[in-house]
Design a binder for this molecule. Structure first.
Ligand code: MSP
Length: 521
């Protein structure tokens, strides 16, 4: 089983383009793995506890329960709109999740992995954590990223993180590939060195925070939001520390892939999560892989409420269509790196690569078949070098696409696909089927050329399906080939369209985006 998760989004606000990117990226990867024939389980959801939610709910004069219900709906509705199809939905206020977090806390407490102590220090309200001198900036102060910082002394429960850091270092330095892309590993190893010897505070006194999961062995405390949130990856598939439900063993068969943004690798996923799993007895071979993606910025700057530069994916989907947005989100960024979100580029990439190139190929291939051969795809005559080159281009494209997609490099997968589309359009320009149609003697040649173009459209529809599932369905229907949606990657051999097959008249699948739409946004 290929088990894939994303980070669960904070519900103290509305979904922005960064959230949408992560969900679309995960959806594309999940769909791609289904296309390879693998069984896939895709889990995503929302992070509903914590101080920020409590504070925002208070400000809005509603209960936290009511508040998260409202905001959760904004996320789940958007994912449906963007065609993000998940198998499991995680909400951290769910009773199953709460029971799992509590059973894990009890288990670790019994195993002496959790202890109570008093601590005095600086506390950041915004980040909901105690700070150390290492968090001070060059001027010796706590920077604005920490928000209001106060000095407090309080008793809390601590998880013995420090007992797991030696194992963690050797695990990360060992042969198993755990951090993708690999260049992030050094950053994580450095962070572990800086954190050696510190344990993790996993509770908050109820006087300060009520909106959380109660600590099972002390009703005066709730669980720290990160400890609670990370456990979603196992609670929703039936894990319990004593005897997990069978579904857990069905889903967590190999190493799951957790898709997360670069800001939550250190310390949450790269340190806390691995240490928690290790304390629960997970072996190295069962540890997750972290696929760490970069950020979408706006003109080089971080998106933030205070800068007022937040991009609303819901509105963009209404203006440009969900498939245009999906395409842009995985096309104009290299997985792992940052990119600038730029509406002009969204329009340019859509209009050139989809409307002009792929749209043109589909339209002309299917239209000419309608007009010149009554929509019937027939065998034609002997193949020329142009035809065999086109077939070779398709083989090369499919191999390059697979290599890129196996490495989660969606943009490169699309580049490979687009190379074949350009090849096909150049082939059509050179073969000039409209001229061949004028001459009875070139009827066989015309059939061969139209067959090669239609066959290419069929392959492109399958390769495109993880990224643009809606367009793939439309193309399959225009080709009158319902079977396309059932094909796996290994089935992609020349001859998807049976000879004498009748295709349907085309309607444009990628209508151009008019620049007016951008100006109105
Ligand atoms: N709730 C935590 C995650 C808990 S996972 C056990 C959280 N939530 S978040 O809403 O702040 O972020 C959710 C995901 O969106 C994270 O992976 C984060 O990196 C990602 N992004 C947030 N802003 C982003 C961009 N501007 N660009 C790309 N992704 C970004 O962290």
């Amino acid at each position: 089983m290929f088990f894939l998760t994303t980070a669960i989004d904070y519900t103290n606000g509305s979904p922005h383009i960064g959230h949408a990117y992560e969900k679309v990226l995960a959806d594309v990867i999940a769909r791609y793995h289904r296309l390879t024939g693998e069984e896939v389980y895709f889990l995503t959801g929302v992070d509903q506890h914590g101080q920020k939610v409590q504070q925002t709910a208070e400000k809005e004069g509603v209960s936290p329960e009511e508040f998260v219900k409202r905001t959760t709906g904004k996320f789940s509705r958007l994912w449906t709109k963007l065609g993000v199809e998940y198998d499991g939905w995680a909400e951290t206020t769910d009773v199953r999740h709460k029971a799992c977090v509590q059973s894990i806390l009890s288990n670790l407490y019994t195993k002496d992995q959790i202890y109570r102590k008093s601590y005095k220090g600086h506390y950041s309200v915004r980040q909901e954590q105690f700070l150390t001198d290492r968090d001070r900036d060059a001027t010796g102060n706590f920077g604005p990223e920490w928000g209001e910082v106060t000095e407090i002394e309080e008793e809390n429960y601590y998880f013995k993180l420090s007992e797991h850091t030696d194992w963690l270092k050797s695990f990360l330095e060992g042969p198993l590939e755990t951090i993708l892309p690999a260049f992030r590993k050094t950053e994580l190893l450095n962070a572990i060195d800086r954190n050696t010897g510190t344990d993790l505070c996993i509770s908050r006194p109820k006087e300060r925070l009520r909106w959380g999961i109660e600590i099972p062995f002390d009703a005066n405390f709730v669980t720290y939001v990160w400890f609670d949130a990370l456990i979603n990856y196992i609670s929703f598939i039936g894990f319990t520390p004593d005897s997990s439900l069978p579904v857990f063993d069905d889903v967590w068969t190999d190493r799951p892939v957790h898709i997360i943004g670069k800001d939550i690798m250190v310390p949450a996923h790269g340190i806390y999560w691995f240490a928690i799993l290790h304390a629960l007895g997970f072996t190295d071979e069962k540890m997750p892989q972290l696929l760490v993606h970069g950020w979408w910025n706006i003109r080089g700057e971080k998106m933030s409420k205070s800068l007022g530069n937040i991009v609303d994916p819901d509105q963009l989907a209404d203006t440009f269509g969900t498939e245009a947005l999906r395409y842009y989100l995985v096309r104009d960024i290299h997985t792992g790196k940052d990119s600038d979100f730029d509406l002009d580029r969204l329009v340019m990439l859509y209009n050139t690569e989809l409307a002009n190139e792929l749209g043109n190929l589909c339209n002309r291939a299917l239209n000419m078949s309608q007009r010149f051969t009554d929509g019937i795809i027939s065998p034609g005559g002997p193949l020329t070098a142009d035809d065999t080159n086109l077939q070779q281009s398709l083989i090369d494209t499919t191999a390059a696409y697979r290599k890129a997609m196996d490495n989660h490099e969606i943009s490169q997968g699309l580049e490979a696909l687009n190379r074949h589309v350009v090849h096909c359009n150049q082939y059509a320009e050179r073969m000039k089927p409209w001229e061949l149609n004028k001459n009875l003697q070139s009827k066989d040649r015309l059939a061969t050329v139209l067959h090669h173009l239609a066959e290419s459209v069929a392959h492109c529809a399958v390769l495109l399906s993880p990224i643009l599932p809606g367009a793939a369905v439309k193309l399959a229907s225009q080709l009158n080939l319902a079977t396309l949606s059932k094909l796996k990657l290994d089935d992609l051999k020349w001859g998807l369209i049976p000879l004498h097959h009748e295709i349907n008249p085309p309607t444009p699948v990628f209508p151009r985006i008019e620049v007016k739409a951008v100006e109105e946004t």
